[in-house]
Design a binder for this molecule. Sequence first.
Ligand code: DC
Length: 236
Amino acid sequence: MKKKPSTIAIDGPAASGKSTIAEKLARELGYLFFDTGVMYRAVTLAALRRLGTVEDETAVSQLAAEVDIDITPPSKEDGRKYDVLLDGEDVTWEIRSREVEASVSQVSAYPGVRKAMTDQQRRIGLRGHCVMVGRDIGTVVLPEADLKIYLVASPEERARRRHQENLQRGLASDYSAILQAMIRRDQIDSTRQVAPLKPAEDAHIIDTDGLSIEEVLGRVRSLLEDCARAETDLNG
Ligand code: DC
């Protein structure tokens, strides 16, 4: 019998389509969809609220080890894919604010924060039946994942997608500001010392520029099939 991959890692830069693809895939497979970026966003929000700034690396790292972050099924029908709870409080939309957006790269570059988050993510991923999304899932969090996918798209295409998302949610949006922020965030994410944004050596890279969601999903489905077939060949 064909055996579907149980742990699927999807990495890539901001707005490369990771969450959209992963959510649909997880639903098709009946797997957990776990968007690890929300954990870094929740720590950033906690730091901004409690410390007023994210500059103090020691204090932010300590906070990361203390706060309780939970991701649960959506409690409201307002476009959310899940609830994000910070010490029990619903912060699903607050973690998408401009303030959090501006500081999350700095927070996620702190090794102490990464350690606290990675340990929790790995524990969840190792249970299997999980599509996990982030920047370092295939390289650090779950290097043994059954299938690793790395999505890319040009900064312009990604900024355009974010801009559209904002408009659809009725938010004010400035394309050039988004593009600038995107380029800056890519730079920080890919040059940080710990777990920089990069594809794992055995990741399948999909360039999503000019592809529809359905087309990207089609490619992912065929990678899943290949993976299941390889497993069957190995085990007879
Ligand atoms: O995917 P996102 O935009 O919600 O991610 C928010 C930030 O968290 C982003 O700057 C990169 C960081 N991140 C990370 O360093 N490692 C992950 N596994 C996921 C996100």
